[in-house]
Design a protein around this ligand. Structure first.
Ligand code: G3P
Length: 219
């Protein structure tokens, strides 16, 4: 399973890259706004700065909701760097745009996915990645991970090549469960990735090793 970091914060992206386990980055308009990135030039420059840090794919979302606007924006975004993946919402115009981008060799990430039916539509339209929002499904008391498993099963049966990118990840256990459920990619806050490190027995064990080593040195 690939690891993407879900942020537009350059320091966090650098930290994730330095960890040596990063395969890409996803952003969205909310994450860009959180970093105070506004205006077309600043947005384009920020995506370029992200691409310069990471080795893998970088999702950049269109703001337009009509087909022509999405194509125009997506073409501009794709020109920033080969790593750019155009993120398109799961709406009717978005499905048309996914097909157009696929036919023109531009990678896509279909976002705001909450059902298996939407997942089938995105795969049929040639999406490179599909982003089901796990945390937001859990928020309304449904089971986000069941959706990942259902889509993984459908894609395997049907031979769809669209990669399942588990999004709206909120904690380390989400990552583990998404891996079990068959996600191809997890996009996570940096805290969820580093949270995978945590185990009290590791801390206790390391403290004991270091203590014993120290003792042996003073013999
Ligand atoms: O990749 C989509 C993700 O950023 C949404 O996460 O936590 O806003 O539901 P969240």
């Amino acid at each position: 399973m690939k690891f993407f970091v879900d942020t537009a914060n350059l320091d966090q992206i650098r930290e994730a890259q330095d960890l040596g386990v990063l395969d890409g980055v996803t952003t969205n308009p909310s994450l860009m706004a959180k970093e105070g990135i506004t205006g077309t030039d600043a947005v384009m420059n920020h995506y370029k700065a992200i691409c310069d840090i990471v080795d893998g794919d970088v999702s950049a979302e269109v703001i337009s909701t009509d087909f022509e606007g999405m194509i125009r924006e997506g073409e501009n975004l794709a020109q920033i760097d080969d790593k750019i993946v155009v993120k398109v919402p799961m709406i009717k115009e978005g499905v048309k745009a996914l097909r157009w981008f696929s036919d023109h060799g531009i990678k896509t990430n279909c976002t705001l996915v909450f059902s298996a039916g939407q997942a089938i539509l995105a795969a049929k339209a040639g999406a490179t990645y599909l982003s089901p929002f796990i945390g937001r499904i859990d928020d309304i008391n449904w089971d986000g991970m069941e959706l990942i498993a259902q889509i993984a099963n459908i894609y395997a049966i049907q031979g769809f090549s669209t990669e399942i990118l588990a999004a709206s990840i909120r904690n380390p256990l989400h990552i583990v469960k998404a891996a079990e459920a068959g996600a191809d990619v997890c996009t996570c806050p940096l805290s969820s990735i580093t949270g995978l490190l945590n185990h009290p027995l590791t801390d206790i064990g390391l403290a004991k090793f270091l203590e014993d080593h120290q003792k042996s040195q003073s013999l």
